[in-house]
Structure formats: C-alpha cells, structure tokens
Design a protein around this ligand. Structure first.
Ligand SMILES: [Zn+2]
Length: 215
C-alpha cells in the first residue's frame, strides 16, 4: 500500500467487488443517459447528509476545477445510469473519518485499478474534513479539493505530483492548508493526462454489464 495521506488504494484492490457491494441497488431501475454525452458523469452519494447547499457548492467548485483543466463533468445524485460504464465515476461521501488503517488521517480514498476503466469509485471522509475546518466557506473549498483530488486519482492513477492539487501532503498542513482557502488546480501535464483519460472513457464507451447494477 503506497503512503498517501489522501488515500489511494493499491491496484491489487478489486474495485468491482467493493463497488458492487456499495452501490448495488442504488442504481436499479434508473433513467439512462445518452451514450453520446460529452461530459464525464460524476455520481455523488451523500451518505454523510451534508447540510444545505454545501455539497452543491462544492460540486460547482470541483466542476470548475476540472473545467479549467479542459475536462467537462456533469454532477448528479444517485439514480442516474449511463449506457457507457466507462463514462461514469462514483463519489461516496461518508460521515466518518478515515476507515483506512494504513492512512488514518486520510480525507478520501480512490479505488484505483490497474485497468483505468475500472477505476471509478472514490470515498470522501467528511468526518475528517469537518475536523479541519471552521467556516462554511472552508468546508466547501476543502470538500471540493478533496473530491477533485480523489476523482483526479481515478483518471490519473495513484501517483502524486509536485503541483497544487495532486500533491500528497497538502491536507496535513492543518489550519494553514491552502486546500481550504481556495480551489487548487491540476498542473498542465495533469490536465493533458486528464483530457486523454476522459476522452478514452467517453470514446471507447465500455458498455454496462446488464448483470451489474453498478456503473
Ligand atoms: Zn492522493
């Protein structure tokens, strides 16, 4: 397991079995989006019951972070299916702190597969985020950055960089962390990789397995 304060599971994790266990039943009998969508669909499950508009504001910020990197995203709640499994990513917001024994301070974890198209699920530990913020604004910004970081892992893989958003340690800077003051950015190289990964997922359109209820 690599050291990752934000949490990235090693490729030997079987994301499918875990993901199925988490989302099975949530997507059943849901409307279907067109396979021709030009945006990645990010399906957010708010298990933490985040109040008011905090989550929606964070989603807007996260969408803007990806937009600035050239990648279009569409954010939805549970209940949306897409004919292309590869074009959907899942974000589950948990009320707990880290559940990772090897990374107890993690704010999130992306389940990264050695097959990129199978990396589609990230967990966000809202309990840990809430412990590091005071104001609503800080909550929105930190939540947005954590979501963007973990979704970034789903598209870029498990490695960190020396840039802003995909650093491994910014979350551990406590009260002085820039991650709760303003949205962070992907660097240029990451933006190119993101665009390639998004294009591949959208263009190859790996169809859903009709026997699976998860994306
Ligand atoms: Zn990370």
């Amino acid at each position: 397991m690599p050291q990752d304060p934000l949490g990235t599971r090693s490729p030997d994790v079987n994301p499918y079995s875990m993901a199925q266990a988490i989302t099975a039943g949530l997507l059943f009998l849901s409307p279907v989006y067109s396979a021709a969508d030009s945006a990645l669909i990010i399906q957010v499950e708010n298990d933490a019951h985040i109040p008011g508009g905090i989550l929606s504001q964070a989603e807007v910020l996260t969408q803007q972070i990806f937009h600035d990197a050239g990648v279009q995203t569409r954010w939805t709640g549970p209940g949306i299916e897409n004919a292309c499994r590869s074009a959907m990513l899942g974000v589950r917001i948990l009320s707990s702190s880290s559940t990772l024994r090897e990374a107890p301070d993690a704010l999130g974890v992306a389940v990264v597969s050695d097959r990129p198209e199978n990396s589609w699920l990230a967990d966000i530990f809202y309990g840990a985020i809430a412990q590091r913020v005071v104001t609503r604004s800080e909550t929105v910004v930190l939540l947005a950055n954590v979501i963007a970081h973990e979704v970034g892992h789903l598209l870029l893989g498990p490695n960190h960089s020396v840039g802003q958003l995909m650093r491994g340690e910014w979350v551990n800077r406590g009260l002085n962390s820039p991650a709760k003051l303003s949205p962070l950015r992907f660097d240029r190289g990451e933006a190119r990789q993101l665009l390639d990964a998004a294009s591949t997922r959208l263009n190859t359109c790996i169809p859903r397995d009709p026997n699976q209820k998860a994306p």
